[in-house]
Design a protein around this ligand. Structure first.
Ligand code: CAA
Length: 258
């Protein structure tokens, strides 16, 4: 497995666990973190033995944002010419499922990365926020769009305009996170959920991701047509034959990913 400076990567059977590891900076997301995450997520997507991924941080901080010290001296021309943050699109292009397991601070870019995941499981100590306005900027990694679609305009607007933090209970009520668990059990709970997903037929999992994500992009009628076509397509797979035979024969399915 590749050696990284800012993240730790391990495989637990079919699940890849990626841990942000810049404790001195509360896992602030600098360019090195981004390139290492792109490498780790690409390796995960390309490895047929891996079927779900969990991204987590430390107990104190999932990530306290993009690295302010790295951005401080940049001007418009630097940001525009390097298309700063565009690399995150390579992370969101991951085709296989992944979960963000959030403990502690998920602020600014930290909240935005968590929202890039297919879903979030939060520790009961999690704190979400988009405090960029206090720095004279705004969310820049998709936060205004993903937060608005996750929790609605009014609450997203309030979060981004005041920069306040939202605790785990409020985040669950608002629909930002799928589930809240005790912080001490967070990683184990997320790995358990990931193992459940990893045991599913992998092509159907990719298809689910594609169709749920499409709900945000297409009008309803086209989205439903897209869903139906993908559903039809799965009838060309071995796993559909196996899954339905296994149900009828009252036994677990044995997936090939074909
Ligand atoms: N960038 C760079 N360094 C950061 C950082 C960040 N986003 N967040 C924390 N750090 C560093 C601190 O500078 C500090 O380093 P030193 O020890 O060298 O001084 C170290 O991490 C520990 O942080 P604190 O001493 O501040 O810890 P705390 O427990 O007192 O406070 C906190 C925790 C409330 C999360 C506070 O660190 C904080 O407010 N961080 C910044 C949050 C923020 O504004 N995030 C948005 C960043 S901009 C962005 O993300 C843009 C975007 O759209 C993607």
């Amino acid at each position: 497995m590749a050696d990284y400076n800012t993240i730790l990567v391990e495989q637990r059977d079919a699940v890849t666990l990626v841990t942000l590891n810049r404790p001195h900076a509360l896992n602030a997301l600098n360019s090195e973190v981004l390139s290492e995450l792109i490498a780790a997520f690409t390796a995960y997507d390309d490895d047929p033995s891996q079927r779900c991924l969990v991204l987590t941080g430390s107990e104190k901080a999932f990530a306290a944002g993009a690295d302010i010290k790295e951005m401080q001296a940049q001007g418009f021309a630097d940001m525009y010419s390097s298309n700063f943050f565009a690399g995150w699109e390579q992370v969101t292009a991951t085709r296989k499922p992944w979960i963000a397991a959030v403990s502690g601070y998920a602020l600014g870019g930290g909240c935005e990365v968590a929202m890039m995941a297919d879903f979030i499981i939060a520790g009961d100590n999690a704190k979400f926020g988009q405090p960029e306005i206090k720095l004279g900027v705004t969310p820049g990694m998709g936060g205004s769009q993903r937060l608005a679609s996750a929790i609605g305009k009014s609450k997203a607007m309030e979060m981004c305009l005041t920069g306040r933090m939202m605790d785990a209970a409020e985040a669950e009520r608002a629909g930002l996170v799928a589930r809240v668990v005790p912080a001490s059990d967070l990683v184990e709970e997320a790995l358990k959920t990931a193992a459940q997903i990893a045991a599913m037929p992998p092509l159907a999992a990719i298809a689910v991701k594609e169709m749920v994500n499409t709900a945000e992009e297409l009008p309803l009628e086209q989205g439903i047509r897209f869903e139906r076509r993908l559903f039809h397509g799965l009838f060309g797979t071995e796993d559909q034959k196996e899954g339905m035979a296994a149900f009828v024969e009252k036994r677990p399915g044995n997936w090939t990913g074909r």
